[in-house]
Design a protein around this ligand. Structure first.
Ligand code: SAH
Ligand code: SF4
Length: 367
């Protein structure tokens, strides 16, 4: 099965070339592709408008790479964490976050991550392997199925590459997945509603700026100076803040768009008023906003989340200095689904097959 091409990992152009290589009419390539990426079928047998000979031959010519849902955990705030298993038995995680009318899905790009940020749970896994484009897009298709089944009125509206892994370390598959997901004959996601988050791989950022797909960009800055960033993000020793900002200033932003900087707030490390002032000065003149993410705890890191008053004071100082900042309240942190908590821990809850039972109603918030 490994040698057969994977229909789920193909762009529309790949599928057309595939059909032609089989000696089938060109339009069959598009038909097959639409079954997978528009209609979301999971077996060849469901491709009912194909002639019987093609439907019979397909399984010998291609396979349909798929993830399976091993477990769904639902947070008391409605956030769902999906544990998905690849064909070779690797677990990855994806998170569905309801927010009023919006529903954002956070997807993974790798099993683990090689970047080794000191505050991040995924870093502790190391890098197991890249996900292929089919495994990246299938996270979206499975989430859509789950929503259709459990909450038919809710539609997936936004997508962020902020789960496990560094998307720009898996550049080709990431870009391919963007091409597949934004195709208006397939999943039809708008690139304006897709955000790729990176720890700042400068050469790959420059490359991304030249692609025909243009997602929004989020950059994990997390520090107001190189001294702190060197300490918490080793990648800064290779591409420091100066190099990163130079690449971002050259990045061809679409009209009216701005870069999002993520800033994980760590008590006593990067949360002082002086840090806020330095950050505001650093980003002056950059078309951006800053998402402040108070650190989400996990057992493997020696950090603490700052006290609420410190978080508020940090944000107020940024705002006073003219830096647009937004405070990200942790979502799904009771099930380890918040930023930086994805590391395949399941809280020991039982594995639930795809027909997921409805979770009991959430308990009232405890003051
Ligand atoms: N690798 C990419 C995308 C995944 S990480 C990147 O680093 O941008 C997504 C975000 O989670 C990053 O902004 C990271 O800084 C943040 N993050 C990591 N660990 C965290 C933690 N424990 N608490 C809060 N945010 C965290
Ligand atoms: Fe990797 Fe992002 Fe975690 Fe850093 S913050 S280790 S880049 S997943």
């Amino acid at each position: 099965m490994g040698e057969l091409p994977d229909l789920r990992a193909m762009t529309l152009a790949d599928a057309i070339a595939f059909a032609e290589a089989q000696g089938w009419p060109t339009f069959r390539g598009e038909q097959i592709w639409r079954w997978v990426h528009d209609k979301g079928v999971r077996t060849f047998a469901e491709m009912t408008n194909l002639p019987v000979n093609i439907r019979d031959e397909l399984p010998a010519r291609a396979h349909l790479g798929s993830l399976t849902i091993a477990e769904v955990q639902t947070s008391r705030d409605g956030t769902r964490k999906l544990r998905l298993v690849t064909r070779d038995g690797q677990s990855i995680e994806s998170v569905l976050i309801p927010d009023g009318e919006k529903t954002t899905q956070c997807i993974s790009s790798q099993v683990g991550c090689a970047v080794d940020c000191q505050f991040c749970a995924t870093a502790k896994m190391g890098l197991k392997r890249n996900l292929d484009a089919g495994e990246i897009v299938d996270q979206v298709y499975l989430a859509r199925r789950l929503l259709a089944e459990q909450e038919p009125d809710r539609k997936l509206t936004n997508l962020v590459y902020m789960g496990m892994g560094e998307p720009l370390h898996n550049y080709d598959n990431m870009v391919k997945s963007l091409r597949i997901l934004t195709n208006d004959k397939g999943a039809k996601l708008s690139q304006r509603r897709i955000t790729v988050s990176t720890s700042g791989l400068v050469p790959k950022l420059e490359k991304l700026g030249k692609e025909d797909v243009r997602p929004n960009l989020a950059v994990s800055l997390n520090a107001p100076n190189d001294e702190v960033r060197d300490m918490i993000m080793p990648i800064n020793r290779k591409w420091n803040i100066g190099k990163l900002l130079a690449a971002l200033k050259a990045y061809p932003l679409e009209q009216r768009r701005r870069i999002t900087f993520e800033y994980v707030l760590l008590a006593g490390v990067n949360d002082s008023l002086r840090d806020a002032a330095q950050l505001a000065k650093l980003l002056r003149g950059v078309k951006c906003k800053v998402n402040i993410i108070p650190w989400n705890p996990h057992p493997e890191a020696p950090y603490e989340r700052p006290a609420p008053a410190v978080i508020d004071a940090f944000q107020a100082e940024c705002k006073r200095l003219g830096l647009p900042t937004y405070l990200r309240t942790p979502r799904g942190d009771d099930i380890d689904a918040a930023c930086g908590q994805l590391a395949n821990r399941s809280n020991g809850s039982p594995i639930v097959p795809l027909r997921v039972r409805r979770e009991p109603p959430p308990p009232p918030p405890v003051e």
